[in-house]
Structure formats: C-alpha cells, structure tokens
Design a protein around this ligand. Structure first.
Ligand code: GLC
Ligand code: MG
Length: 687
C-alpha cells in the first residue's frame, strides 16, 4: 500500500481510498495502518464523516449491501483487480478480433447470387398455360392455380408473356392499355392475387414490357391521328402518297411495307410489326416519360422484373432513307421481308442504349430493399452480329439489362453435332463482357419447339446441357416435358405472322400445356374447346404421367435443376471445354477448393461413340456416372479412355479431386466472378 498524504488523499495504488474507512482485515489484526491517517479530512473522492461511517460498516452483515467505499477497497486488491483487468483486455481483444473477422469476411466474401441467377426463368404463355374459366384460353387465375408446379420444378422466376388489355391482333403484344388486364385473362384483382400468391411462395414475377409500340386502339394513337397537340408526335408519322403509301423501302418483321396510310391524319405511320402495332416515337421526351411512368406503375405493384420486348426497334433514323438491299439487284417491289434489307436505319440506332439505361436506373430505385432486386432482360435478335447483343449488358460503369437473351442455342438443330453445340456455346462465352452472367434459351413463343426442330431423341441431352452450363437457363413452358409443335392447318391459323406466311406461323409452339391424360390434357376441364389444338401425344407426354416416371424428361429436369441450385460448382464454378467432335461435346464444372467436380459428356451427334479422355490428366481414371439421360447407365463406372454414349445421350459424371483443370487450360475456361471454397468451414471466398 503506498501512501500519499497530500491533500488528505490516501491512494491505494491507482485507486482513491476513503480516508474514513477501516477495512475488515485491518480490524481483525488491530492495525489501523493508514486508515486513520486521513480521518476527519476532506476527500475529493468520497465525502464521509469518518466515525459514523466506521460504526455503520462494522455492523454490516455479509451480503447486506456494499457501499461504494467498501467496493472500492476490495476491488483494488490484486486478486480482484488482476482478473478484472484480464477480462477487460480480453473483451477488448475479442471485440477487435470479431470486428477484424467481420471486415475480412465482408471483404473476402463473393457477392451473393441474386434470384434471377439462381433459378431458371420459366416462360408462361398465358393463353396456353391453364384455363380456369373454360373459355378455351388460358388466364391469370389458371396460372395461380398451378403455382405448386413451379415449386415442384424448383423454379423461382416466372416470366409471363403479355396480359395487358389488347385487341389480341398479336396476342397481347399489341397493347391497348398498359395499366389494365385484358378481360380474357382476368382482372386487376386476379393479377394482384397472382402476384401475392407468387410472393408468398417465394416466386418472382417477370412481366413482358413492350416499349416499342402500342395497339392502334391505344388512346395515344387515337389522339395522335387526330393531331391532338399533346399527342401529335407520339408516333412516327410522315407524309406519303395515299395510293402508294411507301415513303421508303422499310419492311415490317411480319412482311410488306412498315408504313400504313392513316385516313384520319392523312399521313403514314410506321409499324415495324403489324399495322395494328404502330411504333412509338421514343425520341419524344413525353413518350419516354409515359414509358417511365408505366415502369413505375408496375414496379409499385410489386412486379420483380421486365422482359423488354423488341428493344432493337425502339428508335429509327429520322432521315427515313431507304435501307440497303441485301441483293442490290432485286427489283425493289420484291423487297418485302426483313431478310431483304440491312436494317441500318430501323434497328440498333444510336441512343437506344441510353434509353434502356434510363429505364434501368428507374428500376434500380425499386431495387434497394433486400430481396427486392428488379430484373431486366432484353429481347433482341441480332443473329451473327453478336457484338450488338452484348451491348445490352451495359458497361462496367453503367448498368443496362442483367442479360440480353441468348438465342444462339435455338440454332442447335441446324447441325446436331458436338462441335456445333460447342461453337454456339462459345459464341456467347467468348463475346460476353468479362464478369457478366450468361444465359441460354432453347425455345420461346416465337420459335419452333426444340423437341420438334432437333428431334425428340435430343430433348434430354439439350435440357441436360441447358441446366449445367454456367448462367441462367430459360425454359419455355412444356420444354421440361419434351412437348412438341402441333400441326396447324391453314384454316386453323391464329397467328398474324402465319396469316402472312403459313410457314412463319408461331401457332405450332403455342399449343395448350399438357397437364394430364384427361379432358383437354387438364388445360381446362369445363368445355371441349381450346384456342389451339392439343398435341395428340398429350396422353403420354404430360406432367402427371412424367412425374410418376423416374426416367422421364420431367424427372430428369427436376433432378438436374435441384442439383444446379444445390451444387456450388454449377452456380459459381469454372466452366471449361474438355472435348468436342462430330458427336460429343464435353465440358466440366469445377470450383477451387471444392472436392466434387462434374464432367459432362453429351452426344449431340448421330452415332454411338466411345470418347477417349485419357489425355485429360486432371481427370481421375475411373469415372462414375451420376446421371445419364438413359437411366440404365446411372451409376456405371467408365475408364476415362472409354466413355460410351449413344446419340442423344448425356452423361453427368461426378468425381472427387482437388486437382483443378482450369489453371492448366486458361484459354478453355470461363468464370463470371471468381470464388473459392473452403471445405473445412463450408464457406466461399474471393480468390
Ligand atoms: C417480340 C415478341 C413477339 C411479338 C413481337 C412484337 O418479338 O416476342 O411475339 O410478335 O415482339 O411485339
Ligand atoms: Mg420503333
């Protein structure tokens, strides 16, 4: 005990002691050392009358309550003070360590995948999915009744083709009122119920959004043709000759001139699609404002994203010059289809991406809350001009769509072979900007069903590839069953494109969804009508039958989609080409630090072959099939020098090794965002 008598303070090391206090130990020994030395003096720390306090203390019973002075006395003893200090510094150290670990984890954690990356996008064509009221046409309630089906498939993202109020000249892609639901599909209440139910089940709803055109029944068009000052420039108008209304050689996607004379206004208006789908003048700021208001309207309602329709057509050159002919010698009067011209002035005009970026920025306002990310996918067929498509990904600094649809796999049937499949996949992978997220489409409401164009024997192989490539797959309703095109006779044609040119009809791929073997395949059960005929194979190709069959297209789809979402190498791993020849396309998925890797060997050819992968040192010698499109091969073990496949057979081989393929073959491998896996604690980190 060090004494410092100055100013009446008695210091017990660093503590200040009450001068009027005698401690119990001192009492017991009778030594009053120090305790009395300050009695009667003022203490700056504790003011007490020494004697009465002394009396009180001696009467204290153990645990009867400890005045501050006593506490101070005891607490300053080494046996209390040291542990206290140790605990204090331990707490400080632990807090700092925790902070450091948290910061490190945040810094090292790769970004979480968003909902549109985790699940495939499933496209519902609402006319054909499920008809709840039995009028022969599918509707919103019909979709609500089938939400469990998406859960069965492990699908989270559902894109529904248009259900706005529409005269249905292009089955909803001709919108009369963007803020209303067509009575054929239901009411706004039905929509709200559908959205609420979807959200309750953890599903996301992606709406079709059509910024390029409206219906000619739209209020804006009626006001524009009467030259209402506010609306006069809402569409693309030009003077033309009433009897020969062709101000230039531009043609509609559905054929013939893209100009139609309007008697009310006495001018021609532009329509890149049907004459009942006049193109909006998106150079007019008022029109852009209208579009943005619509985006707000639906986002406020809670929709989770938009599929932006026909975006490359949004702007046209204002000079209206003729487009160059593909065959300059063709007589101009024979220039009637989109394939006859280079679309230098009607598609992909300067300013287009600024428009989409503006839309994207509006969507981002609604994306800030957790799990409320609003997704945008753009539709643009740019065919061999892949650079044009890639522009829709935006730049590292300015966001645009999350991805533009990748339509290249639609060309798979042109030449079913391993090298062709690899070529089509590579077209996307080599051209996609670094760090972006790929996606794959094998069918939609505008293109023949893949089962029909490629052939039924390739259906499982194509689905296997779709679900194991990196990025987001898109599944058009029925592809998970291997549904095929229907035959539509000339008199049955519904599609306007088919009325212009029967071979261009899109009806064959729009037939009613095949739910079961009952009446109308379960599409509806109240009447015997369906807006398009059913495919005659519905008694065997339907959800109910396939659900009960482990070897079915549906069961394989469910299995692979489940695996795709649970296995990190599929979500976050490297994608590497291993091999391709006239028959087989082989690639692998692996993740650094993750023991399980997957080798895919898919035969898109016409011959049964044995593939020799013995030169691929990174693969183990024995390879066990986890899943074959042909269930009899599940579980078989092959030597890597002899991997047999039949035409249309795909093998998913799971193998265990920490040896990675990508470091030795960097030119053959891609990853959107690099991540590594730490097995011991089951976490992913940036590497
Ligand atoms: C898109 C749609 C197609 C429609 C066209 C006009 O290409 O997918 O079905 O006819 O736009 O809106
Ligand atoms: Mg346009």
């Amino acid at each position: 005990m060090s004494l410092n008598g100055d100013g009446g303070r008695v210091e017990l090391q660093e503590c200040i002691r009450n001068p009027g206090f005698r401690d119990a130990a001192a009492d017991a020994t009778g030594s009053g050392s120090g305790s009395g030395s300050g009695s009667g003096r003022d203490s700056a720390a504790v003011k007490l009358d020494a004697e009465p306090a002394y009396e009180t203390y001696t009467q204290l019973k153990p645990y009867a309550g400890m005045p501050k002075e006593v506490l101070l006395l005891y607490s300053s003893r080494a046996r209390y003070r040291v542990p206290r200090e140790v605990l204090f510094w331990l707490t400080v150290c632990c807090t700092l360590a925790l902070l450091a670990v948290t910061v490190t984890i945040i810094a090292l954690s790769p970004r979480c995948l968003s909902w549109w990356q985790v699940s495939p996008v499933y496209q519902v064509y609402p006319r054909s999915f499920h008809d709840s009221d039995g009028d022969g046409v599918g509707d919103l309630r019909g979709i609500t009744e089938k939400l469990d089906y998406f859960q069965l498939l492990n699908i989270k993202s559902v894109w529904i083709s248009p259900f706005y109020r529409s005269p249905m000249k292009d089955f909803g892609y001709d919108v009369e009122d963007f803020r209303d639901i067509d009575p054929l599909f239901g009411t706004m209440k039905d929509f709200e119920e559908l959205l609420t139910e979807m959200h309750n089940k953890g599903l996301k709803l992606i709406m079709d959004f059509i910024p390029n055109h409206t219906s000619d029944n739209h209020r804006w068009f009626n006001l524009s043709r009467t030259r209402d000052p506010q609306y006069a420039d809402y569409y693309v108008w030009t003077d033309c000759n009433e009897t020969h209304p062709k101000p230039n050689n531009w043609v509609s996607i559905f054929g013939n001139s893209s100009w139609t004379y309007d008697e009310v206004r006495g001018q021609c208006y532009l329509h890149q699609f049907l004459k009942e789908q006049p193109d909006l003048n998106l150079r007019n700021p008022r029109v852009r404002k209208e579009i943005i208001d619509l985006i707000h309207f639906w986002l406020e309602k809670g929709v989770d994203g938009f599929r932006m329709d026909a975006v490359k057509h949004m702007l046209e050159a204002t000079h209206l010059r003729d487009e160059p002919q593909v065959d300059p010698d063709k007589p101009p009067e024979l220039v009637t289809t989109e394939w006859d011209l280079y679309h230098d002035y009607t598609t992909s005009q300067v300013g287009l991406h600024d428009l989409l970026r503006e839309f994207r920025a509006e969507m981002d306002i609604y994306s800030r809350e957790p799990d409320k990310y609003r997704f945008m996918v753009t539709e643009s067929y740019d065919y061999h001009e892949v650079d044009k498509t890639m522009m829709y990904y935006g730049t590292p600094l300015i966001k645009e769509s999350d991805f533009p649809f990748n339509f290249y796999l639609l060309d798979l049937p042109h030449n079913t072979s391993g090298t062709w499949a690899k070529h089509l996949v590579d077209l996307w992978m080599t051209n996609m900007p670094r760090g972006k997220w790929p996606n794959w489409v094998v069918g939609n409401h505008d293109r023949s069903r893949i089962a029909s164009s490629a052939g039924q024997i390739y259906v499982k192989a194509i689905n296997m590839m779709l679900l194991t490539l990196p990025g987001t797959p898109t599944t058009y309703y029925g592809e998970e069953l291997g549904m095929e095109n229907i035959n539509v006779t000339e008199s049955q044609i519904q599609d306007p494109a088919g009325k212009y040119n029967a071979s261009a009809s899109r009806d064959p791929e729009r037939s009613p969804m095949q739910w079961n073997s009952g009446m109308n395949a379960g599409f509806n059960n109240k009447t015997n009508i369906t807006w398009l005929p059913l495919h005659p194979d519905y008694e065997t190709v339907n959800v109910e039958v396939q659900e009960g069959d482990e070897g079915s297209v549906l069961s394989q789809y469910r299995f692979l989609n489940g695996l795709r979402q649970s296995e990190l190498p599929f979500q976050r791993g490297w994608f590497c080409y291993v091999f391709a020849d006239a028959n087989v396309f082989s690639y692998l998925r692996e993740l650094d630090g993750h023991k399980q890797a997957y080798l895919m060997v898919i035969n898109f050819g016409k011959e049964s072959v044995t593939t020799d992968l013995s030169s691929v040192q990174e693969l183990p010698n024995q390879l066990k099939v986890l899943k074959s499109t042909n269930p009899v091969n599940n579980g078989k073990v092959f030597q890597k020098s002899q991997i047999p496949t039949e035409p249309g057979e795909g093998l998913m081989i799971q193998y265990s090794t920490y040896t990675r393929f990508h470091p030795n073959h960097p030119a053959e491998c891609y990853v959107s965002e690099k991540a590594c896996y730490l097995d011991t604690i089951d976490i992913l980190y940036k590497c």
